[in-house]
Design a protein around this ligand. Structure first.
Ligand code: MN
Length: 311
């Protein structure tokens, strides 16, 4: 997806704030924005919460159903991040400047590692009448920010039933399970689907910070209820998390080791340096194909707003 909301913000996040070292329970409310013709709830970044580990962006798309889904995100570049798409309903066609063409279907993850630079498009497959997905960005650590771009599709992820949940491990490790998904920093992402409402107890790592996003239904944590799209930020230092799950509920647990350096987000670029972002924007505006090759089949090219700092 593309970060097209206004005002375009330069998000700067300095690492592990003191508050993140201990367990906390903070409510982070999303805002609604349009991406490629469809309303999404943007959960990260928000003023009160920029990062959860290296997770630096979280759009919850749908669930929507009824009329035909018409999602079209024109060609746009990324650097310094991985785009991570978790599909729950519907199908999206991804195409990129490496020549990749991949439809993502429910239960699958697409992972695009932008590294030094990649461009892509995303379009709903014709004839879809429902869509439910989450797209997240993962900031690459400084030492891997310039890695070669690549695209990975994961059609089969670890799935198991535990307590009253169907769990799918999207990235990282959880208990004895390990996902194949390529990551550059310690991270985890787990989809939780409720079989029967009731109490569940999740295993956490004390050195990770975590957030739980209700995707469907209202979930209760330590007596506080979190509705759909209200992120519960949990901080670090927890070994377990006790939740009250709702009937037909679904939630996304994300976590990771707190970043130890600043992360800048401008438009669709993530970096540790403004000058790197400025150069990427110039290369995209100048249509520098040695950095951002054409995306086959693209009919539209997205243009960034002007750089908001003195170059
Ligand atoms: Mn994108």
């Amino acid at each position: 997806m593309s970060n097209t909301e206004k005002p375009h913000q330069l998000v700067s996040s300095l690492d592990c704030p003191a508050a993140a070292i201990a367990p906390v329970l903070e409510r982070v409310s999303p805002h609604s924005t349009d991406v490629g013709g469809i309303q999404v709830n943007r959960v990260l970044p928000r003023r009160q919460r920029r990062l959860i580990g290296a997770w630096c962006f979280l759009d919850h798309i749908g669930p929507v159903s009824g009329s035909e889904i018409d999602l079209h995100v024109g060609a746009h570049p990324h650097i310094g991040l991985q785009t991570f798409t978790w599909m729950m309903q519907g199908e999206i066609l991804h195409r990129d400047s490496l020549g990749t063409e991949q439809v993502i279907r429910p239960g699958q993850v697409n992972l695009m590692t932008a590294g030094r630079g990649i461009a892509h498009t995303e379009d709903s497959v014709v004839g879809q009448h429902a869509m439910h997905a989450a797209q997240l960005w993962i900031a690459l650590p400084k030492e891997h920010a310039d890695t070669e771009p690549r695209f990975d599709h994961y059609p089969d992820l670890p799935r198991w039933r535990e307590q009253n949940l169907d769990m799918t491990l999207l990235i990282g490790t959880y208990a004895a399970h390990k996902a194949p998904t390529k990551s550059f920093s310690p991270l985890v992402g787990v989809d939780l689907q409720v079989i029967q409402a009731g109490q569940v107890n999740l295993e956490l790592r004390g050195d990770f910070e975590y957030g739980l996003l209700p995707l469907q239904g209202s979930w209760t944590i330590e007596g506080e209820t979190f509705a759909e799209n209200d992120l519960a930020y949990l901080g670090c230092g927890r070994r377990e998390l006790i939740l009250e799950s709702p009937a037909n509920g679904r939630a996304l647990l994300v976590g990771g080791a707190p970043m130890n350096h600043e992360v800048l987000i401008w438009w669709n670029f993530v970096s540790h340096s403004r000058s790197v972002i400025t150069q990427a924007q110039h290369d995209w505006e100048a249509d520098n194909k040695s950095r951002f090759a054409d995306v086959p089949g693209a009919v539209k090219r997205l243009i960034p707003p002007p750089i908001p700092w003195r170059e």
